[in-house]
Write a protein of this length. Structure first.
Length: 257
C-alpha cells in the first residue's frame, strides 16, 4: 500500500511552537488551510527569503521535509495523496522526465536536490542608513533614549541597531577621494524632503504616547489615511521620521514579517 501524506502527520510536526508563535500575525502554521494558502511564502521563509528565518532544530531535515510536504500543498493535491504520484494525476513540474517514463516522482530526491546552496539566497549585503548630524552625541541620545535604539559602537561614526535596521551616525565633512565633489552635511532646509526613516508600528497611539513622553516632538497627532494611520516627528537635526500603522492587512506588520 502506498504511503499517504497527511498534514497532521507529515507537515504539522515540522513546525515548532516557536515557529507558530513567530508567524501568528501573518498566518497559522497549525492550520491546514493557512499553510496550503501560504505554502510558497512559508517555504521561502525557512530559507530566509522575504523575512526572518523560522529557526528549526535541524535546518536541512526541516527544509527537506517541508519541500516535500509543501510541494503537495502548492499543487493542490492536499491530504491523502500517494507519495508516489499516480499516473492519472497532474505531473509535478519538478520531475517531468520521471513522469514521462511512468516512474512517478521521488520527491525526497527532488527535495534534496532543491536545497543545494542557493547563491541568490545567501546573505551578500545588509542595508543600513547613515545620518549626517551636527552633534553625534545629541543624535545618539535621541535614537537611544527616545526610540530605544541599541548602541553597537561608539565614536565617529557611531553604529546603532534600531528595530530591524542599523543606523550609522556621523558628522559632516568636505569631499573625500571617493566622492570628490560631495559635501556631507545635515539637512539645510527641513521642509525639503528627499529621504526619511519610516517606523512601522503595531499600535500607533501607544508609540505616539510613549515617544512623546520621552521627548519626541511630533508635527501632528496620528492621522487617518486610506491604508494607514500616520504621523511624523523630527530628530535633533530635523530629519523627518514617519510613524505608521498599516490598516489594509490583517496585522499591521504583515508586509514586513
Amino acid at each position: 500500500m502506498a504511503n499517504l501524506t497527511s498534514f497532521q502527520t507529515d507537515i504539522r510536526p515540522l513546525f515548532t511552537e516557536r515557529d507558530i508563535h513567530a508567524m501568528s500575525k501573518a498566518f497559522n502554521l497549525g492550520s491546514y488551510d493557512d499553510v496550503k494558502a501560504h505554502a510558497a511564502i512559508i517555504y521561502d521563509r525557512i530559507r530566509g527569503i522575504g523575512g526572518a528565518v523560522m529557526p528549526p532544530p535541524h535546518q536541512e531535515e526541516k527544509v527537506l521535509g517541508l519541500n516535500l510536504g509543501l510541494s503537495y500543498l502548492r499543487t493542490g493535491w492536499g491530504t491523502g495523496t500517494s507519495l508516489r504520484v499516480l499516473a492519472s494525476a497532474e505531473p509535478p513540474v519538478s520531475c517531468p522526465k520521471l513522469w514521462q517514463r511512468g516512474e512517478g516522482c521521488d520527491l525526497r530526491k527532488e527535495a534534496s536536490m532543491s536545497i543545494a546552496p542557493d547563491q541568490s539566497a545567501e546573505l551578500k549585503f545588509v542595508v543600513t542608513n547613515t545620518l549626517i548630524v551636527r552633534d553625534i552625541q545629541r543624535s545618539v541620545a535621541f535614537y537611544r533614549d527616545v526610540l530605544g535604539a541599541t548602541v553597537l559602537r561608539e565614536g565617529e561614526p557611531t553604529l546603532l541597531r534600531l528595530g530591524n535596521t542599523w543606523l550609522t551616525i556621523n558628522g559632516g565633512g568636505g569631499p573625500t577621494d571617493d566622492k570628490p565633489e560631495v559635501v556631507a552635511s545635515p539637512p539645510r532646509d527641513p521642509n525639503v524632503l528627499s529621504i526619511f526613516l519610516n517606523l512601522r508600528v503595531t499600535d500607533i497611539r501607544r508609540y505616539y504616547d510613549l515617544w512623546s513622553s520621552r521627548g519626541a516632538k511630533f508635527i501632528t497627532e496620528p492621522k487617518v489615511h486610506a491604508t494607514e494611520l500616520r504621523c511624523y516627528m523630527r530628530d535633533p537635526d530635523s530629519y523627518l521620521i514617519e510613524v505608521g500603522q498599516t490598516t489594509m492587512t490583517a496585522g499591521p506588520l504583515d508586509f514586513y514579517v
